[in-house]
Design a protein around this ligand. Structure first.
Ligand code: ZN
Length: 151
């Protein structure tokens, strides 16, 4: 790997945007979540919680946007109370008597990507599937969706 560090100013903006769910002191993670550009804080929080609900062995998730590392959300930081000031109360779309609310669904199934390299265990999670932004193994290149590993 090259030692050149490319500073992308968007990372700082995203870190600030998502600081409520990130743990600035965390260094360990067992999963990577590629988040769609334009995702907002409540959406990211839901995605992180969905991963943590399904994967009890994961205690740190590296959040990535556009292939850039944004930060690590620990189980505790992802679960931090969102508070009530400034943010709309979390409403379960299914609780509204059959009404269909606009917006994105509150439940996610993370997409599991795995490297096809022989003997390679590289895996990655994404909250969406897009051919163009499929995660890459640093050694073997593009990863493929692994249906067998889907939660
Ligand atoms: Zn690989």
């Amino acid at each position: 790997m090259s030692e050149v560090v490319v500073v992308d100013s968007r990372v700082g903006v995203w870190r600030e945007q998502f600081e409520d769910v990130l743990d600035a002191g965390a260094t360990d993670y067992e999963a990577v979540l590629d988040v769609e550009l334009g995702e907002n804080l409540p959406g990211l929080r839901r995605e992180l919680r969905a991963v943590y609900r399904r994967r009890s062995n994961v205690n740190g998730i590296l959040v990535r946007m556009d292939h850039l590392d944004v930060g690590i959300a620990t189980r505790a930081s992802a679960d931090r109370d969102a508070g009530t000031a400034g943010e709309a109360a979390t409403v379960d779309p299914g609780s509204s008597d059959g009404a269909t609310l606009p917006g994105r669904p509150g439940e996610y199934r993370p997409v599991v990507f795995a490297c096809a390299g022989t003997g390679c265990a590289a895996k990655s999670l994404a909250s969406f599937y897009d051919e163009r932004t499929a995660p890459r193994c640093p050694e073997h290149g593009r990863m493929a969706v692994n249906l067998a590993a889907m939660p």
